[in-house]
Design a protein around this ligand. Structure first.
Ligand code: BT5
Length: 323
């Protein structure tokens, strides 16, 4: 953890009480000027820190930070988030960090979470807009015992877990779009990035990254017509910590179903939560374009299309457009 993030966690744990500069220097093992520098930068980044010469510092409005303590409080899981929660106020990408940790042996259930991403990643070379403290940017390390060809099912399982989480938010109308989007009234509310490392027929680890727009009020021009947030949809701000915990609970539950029973129950639920069954779609993949009516998803999470000639096509990855 960086000194800056440790400092913020100390202030948050003080729960609205003043913390002296001396005690921060002691706890962090750094000089007074380092503390002052980090406090000043955190303030510049919008953290509500007050300072008074004889008292020290206090963090106001810390109720919705995604610090590990807030995630652990009341978390109803056995494994997810019960191991390490690696927290950042700012990082390039939580998926990148999680992949590094997984490669050096971090156990299943480890999560990486950040208040902001400087280079949030989408699929291929795309980006993910990740403004500070507005969304949930969370990556989960998994070590599923499945063949690499079944990997798309991890993304679909995650989509179901996110959809279940969002169903409890009043006034939100959501649908899953194959393979990795959650839409609200046709606009993108959440995206999933699943990345993995394999050896032969084995998955060493998978990292499942969730980007969810919670209290985002505005999007950049390039995406403002296609992106939305819970705040924009419902007019209400929602606590990110509560949502993140709900998501971890649902994800662990479906992951357990997947391991005990297989993909079938998830496939069934996915089909209830998507709006693309029976729709005419175009799917753009790396090397070609498919068109047809969505018939089904198969037991590995691939999309099954029926084209004009009555032939069936199986598509593993791609970008879907409704026609
Ligand atoms: C995705 O890619 O939807 C996967 C997004 C995953 C983001 C999470 S955040 C935590 C973890 N760490 C990471 O670095 N990434 C994951 P894709 O289907 O390729 O969609 C990307 C496209 O969505 C972009 O090209 C934009 O058009 C649009 N977009 C970018 N930011 C958005 C946002 N915040 N909300 C809605 N749409 C967005």
């Amino acid at each position: 953890m960086t000194t800056r993030d440790e400092l913020l966690i100390h202030l948050e744990e003080a729960a609205g009480n003043w913390v002296s500069c001396e005690s921060l220097c002691d706890k962090l093992g750094v000089s007074r000027s380092t503390v002052l520098k980090h406090i000043s930068r955190l303030k510049d980044d919008g953290y509500a820190i007050e300072s008074v010469p004889d008292k020290g510092y206090v963090l106001r409005e810390s109720f919705d930070l995604l610090v590990p303590r807030k995630i652990r409080e009341g978390l109803q899981t056995e494994v997810f988030g019960k191991k390490d929660i690696i927290y950042f106020t700012e990082i390039d990408s939580t998926n990148l960090k999680a992949k590094g940790l997984a490669a050096s042996g971090a156990p299943e259930g480890t999560i990486v979470i950040s208040e902001k991403q400087a280079k949030g990643r989408g699929r291929k070379t795309r980006g993910w807009f990740s403004p500070p403290r507005d969304g949930i940017y969370l990556s989960l390390i998994l070590r599923p015992n499945i063949a690499p060809r079944s990997a798309p099912s991890m993304t679909l399982l995650t989509a179901v877990a996110i959809a279940e989480t969002l169903l409890s938010v009043p006034g939100l109308e959501i649908a899953i779009k194959w393979p990795n989007d959650i839409l609200a009234r046709g606009k993108k509310l959440a995206g999933i990035l699943t990345e993995m490392s394999t050896t032969g027929e084995r998955i060493d680890y998978a990292v499942v990254g969730l980007g969810l727009n919670v209290n985002t009020a505005r999007f950049p021009d390039e995406i403002k017509d296609r992106a939305t947030s819970i705040l924009i949809e419902t007019g209400q701000r929602v606590r990110r910590g509560t949502l993140a915990k709900e998501y971890l609970k649902w994800h662990e539950e479906y992951y357990g179903v997947f391991q005990r029973i297989g993909f079938e129950p998830i496939r069934k639920r996915w089909k209830e939560l998507t709006n693309i069954m029976g729709q005419q779609v175009t799917v753009e993949t790396i090397d070609r374009e498919y068109t047809g009516e969505v018939q089904d998803i198969d037991d590995g999470g691939a999309l099954i299309l029926r084209d004009e000639t009555g032939g069936y096509q199986r598509v593993i990855f791609g970008d879907v457009t409704l026609r």
